[in-house]
Design a protein around this ligand. Sequence first.
Ligand SMILES: Cc1cc2nc3c(=O)[nH]c(=O)nc-3n(C[C@H](O)[C@H](O)[C@H](O)COP(=O)(O)OP(=O)(O)OC[C@H]3O[C@@H](n4cnc5c(N)ncnc54)[C@H](O)[C@@H]3O)c2cc1C
Length: 470
Amino acid sequence: MTAGDGPTETELLIVGGGPGGYVAAIRAAQLGVDTTLVEKDAFGGTCLNYGCIPSKALISGADVAHEAGDAEHMGIYADPAVDLTGMVEWKDGVVTRLTRGVESLCESEGVDLIEGTATFTGEHAARVDRDEGDPAEIEFEHAVVATGSRPITVPGFEFDGERILSSKDALSLESVPDRLLVVGAGYIGMELSTVYAKLGADVTVVEMLDEALPTYEDDVAKLVRERAEDLGVDFHFGEAAQEWEAADEGAVVYTEDEDGGRTAFEADRTLVAVGRQAVTDGLGLDALGLEPDENGFLETDDRGRTDLEHVFAVGDVAGEPMLAHTAMVEGEVAAEVVAGEPAALDHQAIPAAVFTDPEVGTVGMTEAEAEEAGFDPIVGEMPMRASGRAMTLDERDGFVRVVADAETEFLLGAQVVAPEASELIAELALAVEMGATLEDVAGTIHTHPTLSEAVREAVLDATGDAVHTQ
Ligand SMILES: Cc1cc2nc3c(=O)[nH]c(=O)nc-3n(C[C@H](O)[C@H](O)[C@H](O)COP(=O)(O)OP(=O)(O)OC[C@H]3O[C@@H](n4cnc5c(N)ncnc54)[C@H](O)[C@@H]3O)c2cc1C
């Protein structure tokens, strides 16, 4: 790490070393921009250290244990014992390899890395407070704010890492809790509920709204919720967490429904996963001359530019969709604009994935959104139960759905609930991004036997030409 005294002048100052910040730094340096990247906690940000990567590592570990112990119908008899400490150590190893990779990539591109907390002190100036040594004063020409997000807390449910857990805490437990209560059935709550249910915990989920994954279409959310129920997850909808009190082995959490009815839930550990908020406080934005919106996010144009010509914001701090791949692309775009390139971001084809069981992958418009946007949508669907590959994977639930414009047959969007939906959605994202028609996808020969054949079959279904489904 080249912390040193840090430069006193830089062309581009990037605050935050998550996927938004480090990708912006690498791209800017590649384009010859003199770049300084400041990170106060861990390079790789939430994504590599406390988010995407560690959660997916635990999901994989839980899958191995669950599948091995649930395969008697395939002639496999096993009773796996889970040592969560061992699994967490393995996960930490994955994280360490990746975060070191980020640092060495930045260094080999010539990015100046500084460990410390950056605060803007003027329109072109910032101070970086470091654990050791004097603060560094930095003058910059351009800045990228990439300070990410943090979990929202329910008032009264401050995280203590013991009874009340954040998602970060839940990724580093020493043992599987007997009883886990999850507050919030969004994607983080659902992914972690699935992990712990597969590892043998008794999982209860309380959610204020009336379905899991509330931002997804009803049938998508229902399928994921039903499969979680098959794993033993107990859902209570229309319940808002109000307060909690310590009990011998954890906590009693009190919830309230909309009629004021109170319910008590007892659990050893309670994970609160009710959303994330931008990290913009304490950043000295006023000295810079920027004001976040009422939710704390920085508004940007399609180049990542804020109200100030020389200041960009990328990733979670710039608002929805709060996804690592969006952060990375926004980082690339901001870096290219700083370097004088004609770059801009098109938000139309940003895919999203939920790593539940089965997984969910979405891109572009749903049928309802297409209607709302004035299209006359046609929809094609292929159920996974008709997929030979899904059967050989011992998976039958889910579907691939495509939405196209009836007149032009341009693909507008897709929703996939299936094993490997996070991978399947990539083909559909490419199709939407390229302005592919149904015929383009139907005319693409897909390998047999694969899950991706379901994409072609769904497209054929949209025009009434399906072969393997009726
Ligand atoms: C449990 C979990 C699972 C997730 N799974 C997925 C997934 O599967 N796929 C996906 O796309 N997204 C996922 N996400 C979301 C993803 O992690 C974020 O969208 C992504 O990390 C945003 O990147 P970012 O660069 O904007 O911010 P971050 O990754 O949050 O990085 C911001 C960095 O800025 C630093 N920082 C903040 N203030 C300062 C300061 N003043 N000075 C210096 N440094 C500062 C922080 O320490 C942090 O390292 C998940 C998130 C969580 C919590």
